[in-house]
Design a protein around this ligand. Sequence first.
Ligand code: NDP
Length: 468
Amino acid sequence: MNQFAMTIDGKDVQGEMPSSMVLNPANEQQAFLAPMASVAQLNKAVESAKTAYPNWSSLTQTKRDEYINKIADVIELNASVLASIIVEEQGKPTQLAQMEVGGAVAWTRHTASIEIPVEVYEDSENKRIEGRRKSIGVVGSITPWNWPLMIAIWHIIPALRMGNTVVLKPSELTPVNTLKLGQLLQDVLPAGVLNVISGGGDIGRAMSEHQQINKLVFTGSTPTGQNIMQAAATNLKRLTLELGGNDAGIVLPNADLDAITEGLFATAFINMGQTCAALKRLYVHESQHDELCQKLADIATKQVVGDGFGDGVTFGPVQNSAQLEKVIAMVDEANQQGAVIYSGGARLDKAGYFYPPTIIGNARSGMRVVEEEQFGPVLPVIKYKSVEQAITEANSVEVGLGGSLWGDVEQASELASQLECGSVWINGHAEVLPHAPFGGCKMSGFGVEFGLEGLLENSLLQVVNINK
Ligand code: NDP
């Protein structure tokens, strides 16, 4: 008996397609069976969202905020069950899963508190021109497998807050926490306001093409983002695309390595490196390369790698076999091309997709692990001779999500604008917050999430010209 169901029109619905097996990455065994939607069920979900839209969008902001705060209450009440599902299907250690759920609550409450100003372009004796914000309609959300609950919240809460109704499709690899969220919210939201359907890439594609979906928010890979953009042309859907990155960090010459190594490690290996804005390439002056690699390796080898439910485990498995294979191939190639493996470097010899945190020294441009996003527990460290060279190499990739500078704050602040990316952190990385906009440039996508700017992406600007 499948205890998890999709939510369509406020009710539990099982999939019309054969259920899909959701694996536990810590043992490669079936953890759950997830329902799979047909395109006809997607159409029903969209129809339900469309029907719910007039009432939801005409509620006062105060009333909608009450609903949104109730969503936060329900997530908080069910935090332990949600965290436990995340560990089982996603693999991260329990403490990190609890942080994910806590983050979902914090983001929800903060988003409900953002003031939405009316912009006044002119207010003269005879004329007033105002910019007002209107909802868009039905918003589609397609989420990935790395932070499944948190990213679902990042998509749906701003959309709901601005008066839109939502159809959400989680990744086939980690759908269960999101299905559970939909079921929990059946008692909170009016029917049709939030529909959750699980399915594969075919359902994602059908959402991108759907004539009745007016905006789509997507977090995932660049190639899928490109497919979505093409398909979205059918009805000129609004898009927010948060795609992959290959974030560079530059350690400035003479940086105090003792002060920054913990931070470098933590931000490169957060969620086993499976984080869009994690630090993925590290540039360090040649005089400090060996020392920094060794210091990072010392932290890496102290990690306790294992099942996320295990006592004291600090480092879980990679989420899926395709991602693990990609990591293995990249590290093996770098090794053959003369890189030095300071820690890790091989899959653990047991069931589960375990790969220990791996520090690769003497990495260089041209190696795949430097040029492409590894999205896993590997950090290549690249030597530079001059800061100019490091910046040129940092900017040499097609993507531009985040970047960081480590060392002297004044020098770093001056250099920040030279990095081609949406967010720059100084003496930090991968820090995303509900009040600061976050988004990428180049092939990392467009649009921002979070803060007022992120909220307004879920609205249309209507300019009202009043001739007094
Ligand atoms: P994808 O981009 O393929 O998948 C993300 C989501 O898009 C999933 O819900 C997926 O559904 C859905 N999807 C797949 N095909 C389509 C389509 N044609 N139209 C609309 N939606 C679609 O990522 P992967 O899971 O395959 O991971 C591949 C790479 O993407 C990783 O190696 C990593 O580099 C990057 N990535 C980046 C993330 C980020 O946070 N920016 C997160 C995850 C991955 P389903 O899975 O059910 O098929």
